[in-house]
Design a protein around this ligand. Structure first.
Ligand code: ATP
Length: 271
């Protein structure tokens, strides 16, 4: 793994909100994650990047409690949650926006938000506050989720997670299947979300987007960490090498990194 210098800019108190240590996860015989570690500090936006099948969703789902690791530990807010059930992790403040949104399509926008609020923790997020953030949503509260566009559905999925008042938001491939302008609009909401004290761990295939919003990143390749550090310390060549597992001559790397940064290599396969 290529570890980048952090220049001491991460929080000095040394207490991560999420501390994942040497996590190994199998799907049957397949080793989907191999000794992956990461620390996410309060207020950070930590991005996991990597190609299809790199293990990104497996990592988020394991943190949420949906897969059981073979080895390793997950600590949240100073407590070992490795064997804690998903609903109890949610009660402690971990909420996930899953890949593909997974809304209840026959329910209305408001009913989907109510589902998220069912076991809500105390905190600043209410359904009304979600309506304030996404201006169009209140007017369409009675529409079925199935009638919404992909971007609108993604917004409802984010709202559904927020109304639970989590401390950490796990965002799985927000950009999937959405037009670039819609992706930018969705990610444009992050500052408002962070301003309420949330910490974000996100997974993205869209490297450019991840680099734009992340304060820290990690690249996975075939279940292993290949790069870790701050985006400002990462060159396009390092990201590309980590993403594709390449060690190439400079001119080749430069040419392909141009396409990487335009986002055109980010969605080579559906999920
Ligand atoms: P994608 O962007 O395609 O979702 P990813 O980086 O999120 O990729 P994962 O979905 O975590 O990757 O998949 C990692 C590997 O584990 C892949 O080889 C995938 O086929 C496999 N895998 C994921 N979920 C399961 C499952 N429930 N059962 C069996 N294999 C799985």
């Amino acid at each position: 793994m290529n570890t980048l210098p952090t220049n001491g800019e991460r929080p000095a108190d040394g207490t991560p909100l999420l501390d994942v240590s040497e996590l190994t996860v199998h799907h049957g015989q397949l080793r989907a994650l191999d000794r992956v570690s990461l620390q996410v500090f309060p207020g950070e936006v930590y991005a996991i990047i990597g190609a299809n099948g790199a293990g990104k969703s497996t990592l988020l789902r394991t943190i949420a409690g949906l897969h059981r690791p073979t080895e390793g530990a997950i600590w949240f807010d100073g407590q070992d949650v490795t064997r804690v059930r998903p609903e109890r992790r949610a009660a402690r403040g971990i909420a996930m926006v899953p890949e593909g949104r997974r809304l209840f399509e026959s329910l209305t926008v408001e009913e989907n938000l109510q589902v998220g609020a069912t076991y809500a923790r105390k905190g600043p997020w209410t359904i009304e506050r979600v309506y304030e953030m996404f201006g169009w949503m209140a007017e369409r509260r009675s529409q079925r989720a199935a009638q919404l566009s992909g971007g609108e559905q993604q917004a409802v999925a984010i709202g559904r997670a927020l109304v639970a008042n989590p401390r950490m938001l796990l965002l799985d491939e927000l950009s999937l299947g959405l037009a670039p302008v819609v992706v930018q609009r969705i990610y444009g909401m992050l500052p408002q979300i962070l301003a309420t004290g949330l910490t974000v761990l996100l997974v993205e295939q869209d490297v450019s987007q991840a680099l734009r919003v992340a304060s820290h990143l990690q690249c996975l390749l075939e279940g292993r960490t290949t790069l870790e550090g701050r985006p400002s310390d990462v060159t396009a060549e390092q990201v590309e090498a980590a993403y594709f597992g390449l060690a190439r001559a400079g001119h080749e790397v430069q040419r392909e990194s141009d396409s990487l940064c335009s986002g055109s290599t980010t969605s080579s396969r559906g999920s």
